[in-house]
Design a protein around this ligand. Structure first.
Ligand code: APR
Length: 311
């Protein structure tokens, strides 16, 4: 069987960590790409990671590059290129610089891997995934933004701590934009099949939701020199795995919604079925009036953000 090929554009913290998780899951061969100004960096990280394979016991070819030729015909391309935020910055503050970067990257991805599924991680996510879609000319189902898996993972981690149970037993769903904008749905959140509202008091749940919303900022504040990368990379690799192994996972992702939820042509966080073809289906969940209002606010912010970028 032919091994899958996964290219990661941007060999910084998120990119290199994603390469690490992907290799350890033996997802396929990996190409780590960065800009010529840092020649040697992606090659060095790739070689170092490859040299860990006899110890960890995975068989993957891992190479680094500063051009796109080695990425040719990738099955999945993960885009982490761009700058990360520093304390005091919001994700939206990155928009001008990252728009130019993501546009160039997506054009190159389309040229060299015309059939790939592209997973965008660069921030501000909801706008960058739109830029990548426009610049690549890919069908909407093959462009997906990573946000919901990470935001849900943060929410699930904090809930597991609160309940005193395994993180594996907490299932949650959230909709909307990334981070501050996300809409956690308490009604669709369970621990071991038990509605979370039976296990966590309302005011504590509100506090946990707030912490999950600010999860990215909390890490930026602690690190001071950059933003989170372990959890973002793990989230991205879970999505890549769903595609490479055609798992049909139901995951919250930034997907292109037109008629769905009445969005009208933007990428927003919704539950999707992820498989070989990318987004195979968007699932529309029932929302009550309050949930719908929160979701609409989040969507309005995403629309504003997208309108401010020039693609
Ligand atoms: N092509 C390829 N790589 C690029 C390009 C480009 N045009 N422009 C920048 N890069 C590379 C940088 O050289 C750097 O190595 O992207 C990498 C980004 O790495 P970090 O600065 O470590 O940032 P990281 O923490 O990985 O975050 C990357 O993901 O989560 C988001 O907000 C985050 O937008 C940020 C992105």
């Amino acid at each position: 069987m032919r091994r899958a090929k996964i290219s990661i554009i941007g060999a910084g913290n998120v990119g290199a960590t994603a390469a690490h998780w992907a290799a350890s899951k033996e997802l396929g061969d990996i190409v780590l790409v960065d800009i010529p100004a840092v020649e040697g960096m992606p090659q060095g990280k790739a070689l170092d990671l490859y040299e860990s394979s006899p110890i960890e016991g995975f068989d993957s070819r891992i190479i680094g590059a500063t051009s796109y030729e080695p990425t040719a015909n990738s099955d999945v391309v993960i885009v982490t290129a761009g700058v990360a935020r520093k304390p005091g910055m919001s994700r939206d503050d990155l928009i001008n610089i990252n728009t130019g970067i993501v546009k160039t990257v997506a054009e190159n991805v389309a040229r060299h891997s015309p059939n790939a599924v592209m997973i965008v991680v660069s921030n501000p996510l909801d706008a960058m995934v739109y830029v990548a879609w426009k610049a690549s000319g890919f069908p909407t189902k093959r462009v997906i933004g990573q946000a919901g898996v990470l935001d849900t993972a943060r929410f699930r981690s904090f809930l597991a701590q609160e309940v005193g149970c395994s993180v594996e037993d907490v299932q949650a769903l959230l909709l909307g934009g990334h981070g501050d904008d996300m809409v956690p749905l308490a009604r669709y959140t369970f621990a071991g099949g038990i509605p979370i509202t039976q296990l966590v008091k309302k005011d504590r749940l509100e506090e946990i939701i707030k912490r999950a919303r600010n999860g990215g900022a909390e890490i930026v504040q602690l690190l001071k020199t950059g933003s989170a990368y372990y959890a973002p990379a793990a989230a991205t690799v879970q999505m890549a795995e769903a595609v490479v192994r055609d798992k049909k996972r139901i995951l919250p992702c930034a997907a292109y919604c037109d008629k769905e939820y009445g969005i009208g042509g933007y990428f927003v966080g919704v539950p999707v079925v992820l498989g070989t073809d990318g987004v195979e289906r968007i699932i529309e969940v029932e929302l009550d009036a309050e949930e719908r209002k929160m979701f609409q606010n989040s969507v309005d912010h995403v629309k504003e953000l997208v309108k401010s970028v020039k693609v």
